[in-house]
Design a protein around this ligand. Sequence first.
Ligand SMILES: C[S@@+](CC[C@H](N)C(=O)[O-])C[C@H]1O[C@@H](n2cnc3c(N)ncnc32)[C@H](O)[C@@H]1O
Length: 365
Amino acid sequence: MSTIVPTPGTRHRVRITDVAFGGDGIARLEDGRVLFTPFVALGEEVEVEIASVKKNFALGRLVSVLTASADRVEPRCRYFGDCGGCRYQHLRYEAQLTLKETQLAATLRRIGQAELGEVPVKPIIASPQPFEYRNRITVHLKDGAVGFHAAGGHRLVEINRCEIAAPAVNALLFELATTRRRRREDGHRTLRADRTHRFFHQANDTAAALMLEHVSMLAGAAGGALVDAYCGAGWFIKALRARFTQCIGIEWDTYAIEHARNGAEANERYLEGDVALLLPQALAATGSAETTVILDPPAEGLAHAVTDAVVDARPSRVIYVSCHPATLARDLARLKTGGYRIDSVTPIDMFPQTAEIEAVALLTR
Ligand SMILES: C[S@@+](CC[C@H](N)C(=O)[O-])C[C@H]1O[C@@H](n2cnc3c(N)ncnc32)[C@H](O)[C@@H]1O
């Protein structure tokens, strides 16, 4: 270990003791500060250059790997490390899965703490495709160039291929990148394998199919009502409607609601508006404790009004589909305090090679 005081530009030899949610490896500097460095693996000994120093921690840039982990592999993408999208292409896929499982359990322990106690985190469901899975990507356009933002900033990394995008999306990307000199507008553009989707649609089709299978298994036997909050175009309801006497979807995106209403069965209806405002009336309309609620919010998780509505109406089963472990931990703690038991939390790797973690939790009264 170096005895050099950490200042920007100094180099230090450290051992990585953990990799935190988001992808930064954790090490401790001699002066006691925690050092965060991306693109490293658990247990590795690495040389790191200090990028910045804060009161209690420092940020580092990997200079060289002195003792490599057995999990380290050659990244497939030539932009890896510069592009801000992927964080784990340097790890074999099984190691990424183990890491995400561990990070989810650690986040639930750290944030849920006293309220949650020991949470039953189940083995992660892997994506059938670790690469070429994204059916849509959003690229940025600047001064005729096409690309993604660099890690930790807004500098454009020019690209003409993305290894996690599906072949149909890469064909669109290549076309856009090679005709870019004729496209002078700045901004961003979403490239979709299926151009008819103007509303939220799960980005990894094969992993989404496994998630749907899992949610379907958790939804249990026939009967009762289903309330699908943040329902998008009714993806869960369409798959599960035959099993319930009535289904109510809530969503504020007009296009998604229109799409959901098209081809709706007699037991299926959709409310357009804010879940925080409409959930109490949807739960009152089901009028029974034999109700299953699916909550699939964006990364911010649930507003207080939403957890309060669930706790007040006491539906028998809640299936929480999360795309952010920290807000999941916070919301599970609130629901547990409100009388729910957490039966299981199952991570799903919807976004291989990236730091994202999705999870599905089952709660019952
Ligand atoms: C993660 S997506 C889930 C969509 C759907 N469950 C699916 O799998 O296709 C979240 C959805 O919630 C909607 N949304 C976000 N906040 C909302 C709110 N406060 N009220 C109603 N809808 C909301 C978004 O428009 C988006 O369609």
